[in-house]
Design a protein around this ligand. Structure first.
Ligand SMILES: [Zn+2]
Length: 140
């Protein structure tokens, strides 16, 4: 939407999640108060005191190889799940549906990640047992 706003006048570019701030990538994923609550519930246990909601920091943490391997796997999953669900939520509201309460979305997305990891384990993906243990040990 921040790109569209540059060439299209009269488009409402206010963030539909908080209805408070102009929407752009950095805001929608993860600076928005709504998005931040989801992100914290997914990533706080993995990142601990290095929890950040800066887009650039998150992307570099997902890719730079500093984080322990299994943790990074969980982190990437959480990252994708957060982005996917926030984008989905944004588009739902844009199409006139009511915003899902963040407490509901948190439970939903955490469950989605758990289910996906379990599915990988059942498919016999190597070392998934360890990774799942990391994931569940980081769920408060
Ligand atoms: Zn917002």
């Amino acid at each position: 939407m921040d790109r569209i706003a540059r060439w299209s006048r009269g488009v409402d570019t206010t963030c539909v999640l908080c209805k408070n701030v102009p929407e752009n990538r950095e805001h929608l994923f993860f600076e928005c108060s709504y998005s931040l609550q989801l992100w914290k519930s997914l990533a706080k246990g993995i990142m601990g005191s290095s929890l950040t909601n800066s887009w650039l920091d998150i992307v570099s943490m997902a890719t730079d190889g500093v984080m322990e391997r299994r943790k990074r796997f969980c982190f990437r999953y959480a990252f994708h799940a957060a982005m996917y669900s926030l984008w989905r939520e944004r588009n739902r509201v844009k199409h006139g549906e009511r915003l899902t309460p963040v407490i509901v979305l948190k439970k939903l997305v955490n469950k989605e990640v758990s289910n996906k990891l379990s599915l990988l384990r059942h498919k016999g993906v190597k070392e998934m047992q360890d990774t799942i243990q990391v994931w569940f040990s980081t769920r408060g």
